[in-house]
Design a protein around this ligand. Sequence first.
Ligand SMILES: Cc1cc2nc3c(=O)[nH]c(=O)nc-3n(C[C@H](O)[C@H](O)[C@H](O)COP(=O)(O)OP(=O)(O)OC[C@H]3O[C@@H](n4cnc5c(N)ncnc54)[C@H](O)[C@@H]3O)c2cc1C
Length: 473
Amino acid sequence: MDVVIAGGGAAGLAAALALADDGHRVVVLERGSAPPPGPAARAGEVWRRPTSPQSRHAHTLTSFGVAALRGHAPALLADLLSAGASTVDLTTARPPGEAVPGDAELVALACRRSTFDVVLHRHVAARPGVDLRYGTRVTGLDVTGGRVTGARVGAHVVPADLVLDATGRRAAGRQWSHARGVAPAAVRTGPTSVAAYVRFYRRRGPFGPLNRGNAAGVLADHYAGVLHPGDNGTFSVAFGVLPQDDGLRALRDPEVFDAVGRVTPWVGDWLDDAVPLGDVRVMTCPPNAFHAPESSPTGLVAVGDAVCVTDPLFGRGVSLALAHGFALAGLVRAHAVADLGAAAAALADELLLPWFRQACEEGEDRIARWRASVAGTAADRPPTALRAAGAAAAASRDPELWRGVVRVLMGLDRPDALTAPPFADRVRRALAAGPPLPPPGLPDRSALLAVAARAGRRARVDLASGPDGDRVA
Ligand SMILES: Cc1cc2nc3c(=O)[nH]c(=O)nc-3n(C[C@H](O)[C@H](O)[C@H](O)COP(=O)(O)OP(=O)(O)OC[C@H]3O[C@@H](n4cnc5c(N)ncnc54)[C@H](O)[C@@H]3O)c2cc1C
């Protein structure tokens, strides 16, 4: 079969690999440019990708994403490791206790998104059976007799029996369907309300400990400060704050960013022996979104963020996009094109919808708490399942609680595992013994704002002074 994939992100390229493995002829049309030559880590740093701004931001791949690569694309995983990525054993943070067989799955991939994407693109471009074309924007569908027969690139048609919309969170296929008289289904959304400030560093010494699964840091009552190990001795520090949080807008100043990093528990230690790699990058995160895919014309199927966007604070979008891309190839194996719409809708409900719901629920909870903290009032809400389980795990030394929370955070177990009776009972018992203490050294909001203000003043003085302390004319 001839398959055209619109969009060369994680979802489109995973689908391309799996469909080519099944013997289909695959054309990937990507509007952005090809990665530049040179070692992957360096190429990623200089690759300009205005249509994929998240590729310049913090990144981690969950255990679920690593499992998807191990299961469906082990050669790609090997390429990533050769390019300087590494697997991180998450069990080093497990409270003392017996290991269980599933613990072997608790790994994450330490790799910057920029490096990850270069390796992924090169791997797919070298795959026989895949024709990866850059600088090519799909503008619509060619439809004959109610069936999709190709993808339009301006006046030109690239013929196809099946078109995948892998265009990311803007889900361009919805407009293409609309232009062909098929009204797209309603989109469900939930706010994330996060502005992400990110800076990369290279660390001279060994990596420090990780206290949050594949990350180190805190989800505090008005901001998140998390660190992810990357490839080739790099790591990222990311702060998530409310976009309206004027007090922390100064995080875009590198001096302020580093000062806040130094006082953020678990993050500060890593900065001691690290050199920054460039300035602070800022991005407002997209909302959670779920586009029910069943109302596409026959022969158009969406994949990845084009179906489901989840809060970047959970760092699971690429893992879901890879798994979704690989799983779609399985649907193509099992179904005629005419039946793919219904099968794809069932797959999205099974694979993606629980994570969309969980991200919306956690997002509402977090936004309410952050808003109350910024306003200096109290948020009066019962904790969500993840917050309760996370608190119980933090309050106890119980490896079962730790495992339950980390397995959900890492995508290995679905969110409802946290509310299943034996686990939920354990959570209740742990919380009855007392709430967790805040991480030692966590500054409250006024202390954090004071740190930011002091660093901002210092930066302004440095900027206004020459090397001898004279004012610059
Ligand atoms: C700030 C931020 C941080 C994140 N951090 C993480 C993280 O740590 N871990 C994680 O797993 N996920 C993270 N995510 C989520 C992750 O980036 C997405 O879930 C993932 O990129 C989705 O992959 P995709 O292939 O569906 O879409 P995309 O990566 O958006 O790829 C879509 C591709 O389609 C191309 N395209 C668009 N329109 C057209 C067209 N008309 N024709 C041809 N090509 C087109 C684009 O150029 C792009 O290359 C983060 C997201 C954000 C915003």
